[in-house]
Design a protein around this ligand. Structure first.
Ligand code: AMP
Length: 349
């Protein structure tokens, strides 16, 4: 095992490539954008679309195992690759996480609680489903939603749904029940090729404008909540015969019950804190898992707060660098557009 192929060239791919290099592996990035964050630190890049069959064949021929850094990798590409190389996490995890209805049905089949939901394919179905939820709910696109994009919240029966189906693009939608949660947490867990499972401590996440703002560890939840969240993550990993790191996001209800919002079959923004507060980060854990190495210890040695640097937050870097116990991590993106993740900082507390 010498070379890892990574589909996707963003900051998650960059941090995976850095962790891989530290363990002595080479990485090849498949990504259409030249000079992407991952390619800046990887051994090489194949500049092509994710579904370009020639490029996929080239990737398979030049690496020992393939992984990915985002969940919208075309399933057909992963299925093509798996004929000649191991693909971790398994393509099934992509298929499930790409569609919110499939994802929630899978979770419910595993005995894991989620928001209640209806698949929506017309304005009429939306109105029926909304009245079944007493006029409240969160309407989302089934596919390709991220960072709160492609969503509409209905808070009361007076919130008029007229035109909402068309406004979200007349594409397949899901209406979820509006969950009244106290906080949001996530668990980053990993499963190795031998079936061993390791979970990092849950982080408590605050979003701003639909984008993760901070992750704080420890989360202010009781041990029973942590145990239930870990158990849910374990069930998901087992059900998928998963290999690699997964991010599982939860809503925590007032009675402490964690219910799953969504899963991400990859390293996750809410796990960036692990690079500062654990000996083995989520990135190294993923590389260990997909290369068949033993998983590392996920215990944290420090409490911490991770904060994303979004758009103009990049201006704050000099001030962060002045502080003790802060790890600054920048992604090598040249243009600081609004809403763009430019880096993150983790402060030990
Ligand atoms: P998502 O794109 O599913 O991660 O949703 C983005 C954010 O919207 C979540 O982090 C929650 O803060 C909120 N949200 C999503 N779904 C629901 C729901 N069913 N009930 C209440 N809030 C939600």
């Amino acid at each position: 095992m010498r070379t890892i192929g990574i589909i996707g060239g963003g900051q998650l791919g960059r941090m995976l490539a850095m962790a891989a290099a530290r363990l002595g592996f080479r990485t090849i990035i498949l990504e259409p954008q030249v000079d992407c964050p991952a390619a800046q630190v990887a051994s090489s890049q194949i500049v092509a679309a994710y579904d370009d069959e020639t490029a996929l064949a080239q990737l398979a021929a030049s690496c020992d195992v393939v992984t990915y850094e985002f969940e919208n990798v075309p399933v057909a590409a992963a299925e093509l690759l798996v004929r000649s190389r191991p693909v971790y996490p398994p393509p099934k995890a992509l298929e499930i996480s790409q569609d919110r209805v499939t994802e929630k049905s899978f979770l419910n089949d595993c005995g894991i609680e989620t928001a209640r939901f209806h698949a929506i394919d017309s304005q009429e179905q939306l109105e029926q489903a909304l009245s079944a939820f007493s006029g409240q709910g969160v309407l989302k696109t089934r596919r390709l939603g991220y960072d709160g994009k492609g969503q509409r919240v209905f808070r009361s029966a007076s919130d008029n749904p007229a035109g909402a189906y068309a406004a979200l693009g007349s594409v397949p939608l899901i209406l979820e029940s509006l969950v009244s949660f106290e906080r949001e947490i996530s668990i980053i867990a990993a499963r190795a090729t031998d079936g061993a499972i390791v979970c990092f401590d849950p982080a408590e996440n605050i979003h701003r404008n639909g984008i993760l703002h901070t992750s704080t560890v420890p989360a202010s939840v009781g041990e029973a909540t942590v145990e239930k969240a870990r158990a849910a993550a374990g069930l998901i990993l087992e059900a998928l015969s998963y290999v690699g790191v997964i991010g599982v996001e939860f809503f925590v209800l007032a009675d402490g019950t964690p219910i799953v919002n969504e899963i991400a079959p990859r390293v996750h923004n809410s796990g960036h804190w692990t690079e500062a507060a654990c000996v083995v980060s989520q990135f190294e854990q993923h590389i260990r898992a997909v290369t068949g190495l033993p998983l590392g210890n996920a215990a944290r040695h420090s409490d911490c707060v991770m904060q994303n640097l979004i758009g103009g937050d990049i201006e704050q870097v000099p001030a962060w660098l002045e502080k003790p116990d802060v790890l600054v991590h920048l992604y090598g993106k040249s243009e600081a557009r609004a809403g763009r993740k430019m880096g993150h900082v983790t402060e030990l507390t």
